[in-house]
Design a protein around this ligand. Structure first.
Ligand SMILES: Cc1cc2nc3c(=O)[nH]c(=O)nc-3n(C[C@H](O)[C@H](O)[C@H](O)COP(=O)(O)OP(=O)(O)OC[C@H]3O[C@@H](n4cnc5c(N)ncnc54)[C@H](O)[C@@H]3O)c2cc1C
Length: 385
């Protein structure tokens, strides 16, 4: 299909791995809202989850584009990288802002698959998108922080050994800037569970292992703080471009899954004595979805190239995520329409993928906030908040 696809060997190997996890595997998990442990295990053992961890810490040390290729192929094959994609971008917080001791302690174990770093806790019920209003508080007590508060929609917490947690170490009112006074803690979930932290699963319209967290005097060693106290917001923001670009790559994979599935069905399905795809009313929406997904893929490549060159890419990463998430949804809609009634049948997997890809217009950042970023940062329009 696309001649510009990079990392062909990685793509081919990931696609091959994914054939071991066909639609029936994902369908049965979806029914039970169960975690794809075997899939994540296979991906971990293959080394594809740690492609971005530098070689000195036991990873492969490839740039962001390689991780994008891995996630895109997972989605394109009909699998769901949402179960484990976070490790790729959370790891960057430890790598960029962790101490040498923290990097030595955690990164090799993550690369070896001995430790899972899959959970990233920012969102709270009372703050929503306005992260500076988080209220989860960490108060210093000797060589520990005592954490109290609540997080919502925190994914994979039941399937992760470590969690990156954003807390307030200074109340918002006491900081010079509203972004001051937040800190990042690395929580050992195995120690924390039922020892100051409780996890309550949230059932969502797709199988995403998301949860609500409650902290009641959770003790976290001060040595588990990443970077300086009070600078946590900047550390989290630093990781966001990678997160947006990786999610955008997943959405491109979804869009390609839908376009390929719709095309092949439109060729095979015969109604009125001819393939339905011979009707332009059927073929044009598929062609449109293809064109839009290729355009979005260009934006993802542009954002990736800037990121890899160490250049500012906040707007490009956001634009890539918005375009890719929207085209994935539109391609899914076209795929359902092309399949007629069969698009709604579970065994075709389309309705499952359609539900799964919808998330990315809301998380990790919603479309309105992207529009607002571009309006103010690129176009100079006044900020509304
Ligand atoms: C399945 C799932 C998994 C998730 N996983 C994680 C996770 O692992 N870790 C984590 O920290 N979070 C996670 N989230 C949370 C997700 O990032 C948030 O839901 C998202 O950022 C939006 O926040 P909110 O739900 O509080 O919406 P709100 O902030 O309440 O916003 C609601 C709507 O209003 C719009 N809106 C708000 N303010 C404005 C404005 N000023 N101008 C225009 N529009 C506005 C938003 O765009 C949105 O559409 C997850 C969410 C889901 C659903």
């Amino acid at each position: 299909m696309n001649q510009q696809e990079n990392y062909p060997e990685i793509r081919e190997a990931v696609a091959k791995l994914c054939t071991r996890f066909p639609g029936e595997y994902w369908r049965s998990l979806d029914r039970e809202h169960a975690y794809p442990t075997e899939f994540v295990q296979a991906l971990t053992e293959s080394g594809y989850l740690s492609v971005m961890i530098p070689e000195e810490y036991g990873g492969v040390g490839l740039p962001l584009g390689a991780a994008c290729a891995v996630l895109e192929e997972i989605q394109r094959a009909g699998c769901n990288g949402g179960a484990c994609h976070a490790q790729m971008y959370i790891m960057g917080t430890v790598l960029r802002h962790g101490s040498d001791a923290q990097k030595q302690k955690y990164l090799p174990a993550i690369a070896a698959g001995e430790l899972r770093l899959q959970a990233f806790a920012v969102t709270e019920p009372g703050s929503g998108t306005d992260t500076t209003r988080i209220r989860t508080r960490a108060v210093r007590d000797g060589d520990h922080y005592v954490v109290n508060g609540q997080k919502v929609f925190i994914s994979r917490t039941e399937h992760s050994d470590l969690m990156v947690l954003l807390v307030r170490t200074t109340p918002r009112e006491e900081g010079q800037k509203r972004t001051d006074g937040m800190s990042v803690l690395l929580v050992d979930m195995r120690e924390a569970l039922d020892n100051g932290m409780t996890i309550t699963p949230i059932r969502t319209m797709m199988n995403h292992a998301t949860t609500e967290l409650f902290f009641d005097n959770l003790r976290v060693p001060v040595e588990n703080r990443i970077g300086e106290e009070g600078k946590g917001f900047r550390y989290i923001m630093d990781g966001m471009n990678a997160e947006r670009i990786l999610i955008a790559a997943e959405c491109i994979g979804d869009a390609r899954y839908f376009v390929e599935k719709a095309s092949s069905y439109a060729i095979d399905r015969v109604v009125f004595g001819r393939p339905i795809g011979q009707n332009q009313g059927v073929q044009f929406p598929i062609a449109r979805a293809y064109i839009q997904s290729e355009a979005a893929a260009c934006m993802v490549r542009e954002a990736t190239a800037l990121f890899e060159a160490g250049q500012a890419c906040g707007s490009e990463a956001n634009m890539a995520k918005m375009l890719a998430s929207e085209v994935a949804w539109q391609a899914g809609d076209t795929c359902i329409q092309t399949h007629g009634g069969y698009g709604f049948a579970e065994e075709y997997d389309i309705e499952r993928k359609f539900r799964e890809t919808r998330l990315y217009q809301v998380a990790p950042i919603s479309t309105n906030l992207i529009l607002s970023h571009v309006a103010t940062h690129e176009l100079g329009l006044p900020k509304s908040f």
